[in-house]
Write a new protein. Structure first.
Length: 246
């Protein structure tokens, strides 16, 4: 569908594909279920990325005429919206009570575990103009944790911007020095020209003191650093004054 904001998300099955064509008429439209269609689309994206998701492929997997799927989802955008909503809606809740930092951390880590199970999710969410209903509920939980702790609205607003994509369990790193899959790492920078970078590179090797980078540990470190900074700012500003009746 030209002009879609998910232009690469619903590729047609190429000629000669091993995927068998749908067996038309094997299932009636009344037997199809929207939740079943969305679940199969999520499973396809998990296995082969968004490029593997198409109405034709879904029809083949569900043993249904692809055109019958349009009775449940109007097209690509609605299907991808529903996929995001289903996945984000599966992020487990956190306790309603306890330290706000621990609760917020638990929510972000639970979202990260979900995002890791569905690696296509960040790319789709970045293209969305607005959160889905499940996304709004997730943000409502996040804001609720901060507000029930007494954090003023201006600091909550800043916190949402600072947390950014970590609210949904993923982030866009500005600097990624990891080699491409299957590629050998490049040579370290020359120590005579870049002594500090050479020192860091040597320490970050498998044999070095720091060891190789751990994505999970780096995510948690950045999250903890953010939460510690918010806690210090919150403690310095204190909760907003309580209005007293004259």
């Amino acid at each position: 569908m030209p002009g879609s904001r998910y232009s690469d998300g619903m590729a047609a099955v190429p000629e000669g594909s091993a995927v068998a064509p749908p067996r038309r008429g094997t299932r009636g439209t009344a037997r199809l279920d929207r939740a079943e269609i969305v679940a199969e689309a999520v499973a396809l994206a998990d296995r082969g990325g968004l490029a593997s998701v198409s109405m034709r492929r879904l029809g083949a997997e569900l043993k249904a005429d692809p055109m019958s799927l349009y009775r449940h989802v109007s097209g690509k955008d609605e299907l991808l919206d529903a996929m995001v909503d289903a996945v984000v809606g599966g992020i487990p809740p956190v306790p309603d009570e306890g330290d706000w930092r621990a609760r917020l951390r638990a929510l972000a880590m639970a979202a990260r575990a979900t995002a890791l199970r569905h690696p296509w999710l960040p790319a789709v969410m970045r293209e969305r103009p607005a959160p889905t209903p499940a996304g709004l509920r997730h943000l409502e939980r996040l804001v609720g944790i901060l507000r029930t702790a007494g954090m003023p609205l201006d600091l909550v607003h800043h916190a949402i911007h600072v947390l950014g994509s970590r609210s949904f369990g993923f982030s866009q790193d500005l600097f990624d020095d990891s080699p491409a899959p299957g590629a050998e790492p490049g040579p370290p920078p020359p120590a005579d020209a870049f002594p500090f970078l050479a020192e860091l590179a040597a320490a970050a090797t498998h044999e070095g003191a720091l060891g190789p980078c751990d994505d999970d540990a780096e995510f948690a470190f950045a999250l903890d650093l953010t939460l510690e900074g918010l806690a210090r700012r919150f403690a310095a500003e204190g909760p907003p004054p309580v209005c007293q009746d004259p």
